[in-house]
Ligand binder design. Structure first.
Ligand code: HEC
Ligand code: HEC
Length: 327
């Protein structure tokens, strides 16, 4: 290349483009299960996955003001609703963004890409048709170990406005590729908390702490590194307490800030470290009215009663192969 001159460089550039376009982009496109909404969003490196619009694409008008407030609430929840919150002290101090990365815009970062398009929808966990408001309150109560807020409150309206704005280009009823958390393939063996502990010590403890306690920022308002277990962490009723959710989240996002293009952990390592984290103590949650139809419980739901005869331990840690229903 170096001795090759400008003509050759141009040719090389085109060859590279053609190879990229033909070999890489086409299968990526096919696997992408279109339609992928383009206009509002997308960085080229993640062209096959939905990526949400950024802060600077929010319109500068009164509608935009509400959307921006919603985004701030999601990115910096604790500033408003945490133990030292300016609006109300009703959560454990985590931010929505700790789990819904980049304010719910990151591909496979538990983003909100398919929320506006698929809600209201029936959910097996409650056995009811749920609105976006109900789903947000679920996370407030279960993931942020907090209180539900009124669906007419300024804060709820703003978060809903932001989530609807993010997903406005997605056709009704469609799920976009890369939204939510990736479902990893199940292993033949059970997830192993002991090998997970070794991974935790080498890959995670430097930020999240030896006891999973996280690290608050200098003002003690938000977390620089959020807790992974203990009294300030998510409850046993939270989505991340299901191993498939936690493993899928970790695989494409941790150690922060890896992404799905270049994950660091193997799938098996993600399952094992997830098993370790979810074997540690955390706040309980009264989920007695969840899953009114127990046959609809996901296979990795860790609490009985179940419609089959497998133990709670096997539901929690696997092996799930052959146990039936996945996500
Ligand atoms: C501890 C992690 C965590 C925190 C904090 C959290 N969530 Fe979630 N949230 C999840 C998980 C896990 C799911 C389920 C994802 C899945 O099953 O694919 C979820 C699902 C959702 C969904 C539905 C997504 C979909 O595609 O169906 C919405 C909306 C949502 N959360 C909003 C919020 C809001 C708003 C906050 C802050 C008030 C918040 N969450 C805080 C972990 C969290
Ligand atoms: C370089 C620091 C760093 C390392 C190392 C790291 N994380 Fe994180 N982790 C973060 C940050 C920061 C967030 C919150 C991201 C945000 O708010 O944007 C986070 C969020 C999380 C969350 C969701 C929020 C919560 O507290 O429940 C989980 C789960 C998680 N990390 C697991 C892990 C695991 C497992 C490892 C090791 C494989 C790991 N992290 C390594 C910095 C790190």
């Amino acid at each position: 290349m170096v001795s090759c001159g400008i003509v050759c460089r141009i040719n090389m550039k085109w060859i590279v483009r053609l190879i990229y376009g033909g070999i890489v982009a086409l299968p990526m496109y096919i696997s992408c299960n279109t339609p992928t909404p383009q206009p509002l969003s997308l960085t080229d490196s993640s062209a096959n996955c939905w990526t949400g619009s950024g802060e600077y694409q929010i319109p500068v008008d009164s509608v935009g003001r509400e959307i921006r407030y919603g985004r701030n609430l999601i990115a910096h929840t604790a500033q408003y609703l945490g133990p030292k919150g300016s609006v109300a002290a009703i959560t454990n101090g985590m931010n929505c963004q700790n789990c819904h990365l980049d304010a719910g815009t990151k591909p496979w970062g538990n983003n909100y890409g398919s929320v506006a398009s698929t809600y209201p929808r029936f959910r097996d966990r409650s056995g009811t048709i749920e609105s976006i408001e109900k789903r947000i309150n679920d996370c407030l109560q279960r993931s942020l170990h907090g209180k539900a807020i009124d669906s007419t409150s300024r804060e709820m309206r703003a978060m809903v406005a932001y989530i609807q704005w993010l997903g406005a280009e997605v056709p009704k009823g469609k799920k976009v590729k890369g939204s939510g958390i990736q479902q990893l393939s199940y292993m033949q063996r059970a997830a192993d908390p002991l090998s997970g502990e070794k991974i935790y010590v080498t890959q995670c403890a430097r930020c999240h702490g030896k006891q999973g306690e996280g690290q608050p920022d200098a003002n003690g308002i938000e977390y620089t590194y959020p807790p992974l277990w203990g009294i300030h962490s998510y409850t046993t009723g939270a989505g991340l307490y299901r191993l498939s959710r936690l493993a899928g989240y970790i695989k494409n996002n941790m150690p922060n800030p890896v992404n799905y293009h270049q994950p660091l952990l193997q799938d098996a390592e993600a399952w094992d470290v997830a098993a370790y984290i979810n074997s540690q103590p955390r706040p309980g949650f009264d989920f007695s009215s969840d899953w009114p139809d127990i046959k609809a419980k996901p296979v990795d739901h860790p609490f009985g009663p179940f419609a089959d005869t497998f133990t709670e331990r096997q539901h929690k840690l696997g092996p799930w192969v052959g146990m039936g229903k996945g996500k």
